[in-house]
Design a binder for this molecule. Sequence first.
Ligand SMILES: *Cc1c(COP(=O)(O)O)cnc(C)c1O
Length: 386
Amino acid sequence: MNLSDAILEALVSTLPAEGFKPLHEPCFEGREWEYVKECLDTGWVSTAGKFVDRFESMLQEFTGARRAVAVVNGTAALHAALALAGVEAGDEVVMPALTFVATANAVAYIGATPHFVDCEESSLSMNSESLAARLEAVAEIRDGACVNKETGRRISAVVPMHAFGHAADLDGLLDICGRYGLVMVEDSAESLGSYYRGRHTGLFGLMGILSFNGNKTVTTGGGGAILTNDEALADRAKHVTTTAKLPHKWEYVHDRVGFNYRLPNINAALGCAQMEVLPDFLARKRRLAEAYARAFDAVNGVRFVTEPEGRRSNYWLNALLLDEDLADLRDEVLEKTNAAGVMTRPAWTLMHRLAMYQDCPRGDLSVSESLERRLINIPSGPKLHG
Ligand SMILES: *Cc1c(COP(=O)(O)O)cnc(C)c1O
């Protein structure tokens, strides 16, 4: 049997027999209707209401973050977090080339420049050795600031992203950030329910962010959150994401240029119902990943990506990696599986290949480029496994 037939067979044998198998569809089996109806019945659908506070408390309880600030989407969370972390126009922000475009866009919104480094094959996430090598090559400390000698720009932050829910090497990355005086903000949009040495992702840097888009592990329709253990920073995050309005009985006084990024109550209502079933979703997704691991163990030429040593993954989007010498077969696999009703997708186009980021500074990206050629995402939603 050829490779694409063997992959399709392994997928079909693992997934439910009937129906189209999407990559990650939302699953509403809890109290979603009840909570959303309550918003409509009471009129509390928009910028105020109890579900926002409740959703934030649930996020805090689940992740262990001292504070969670709910916002309209993950991109907005990252934009606000980077601004709060002190990233300014003209700075550079280091991030993996293998990420969803939102990571780079949030940096560009500030007027800063993304600077790309490589990822590790085990976690598909930012490689601390690539970060160290790149900084070693281009960075120097001038008057206490980390500066890129080649561009003259300040490097102010590092944004690792936990790809498909596999935690990056956070100890290694934090160590390097410490050496160069760089602040770390984690793009943990994909890693709700993923842990590094027992602690939830998003809590290692100054801030982390989550996304509740429709294809993420839990959804609020659209939504996001900033996580932090710094109370004062959380207060500022709440303030700047709610138009920076000073509390007053009737006057509209705003003390800086704020963002209208607050999560509407109706979306938070959906989020509360989803958080109630998150542990069940994670358990089902883990069982699906275990079933995939067994099915693909027997298929030569392809590896099912599993959680790295010492890290616990949420298996947000499961991924296959074709052997390097079989990368040419990727499109055939994509064609055959999608034609059979099993949705599969290649990795994101690497950031430095996108027109708006092609001239950004970057280090060696050979692992990212190899992964881009060989990676295939496969169906991963909680509905696919009991
Ligand atoms: C989903 C995602 C985001 C945020 O997406 P939104 O759609 O704005 O919520 C950011 N970064 C990564 C890596 C993501 O996967």
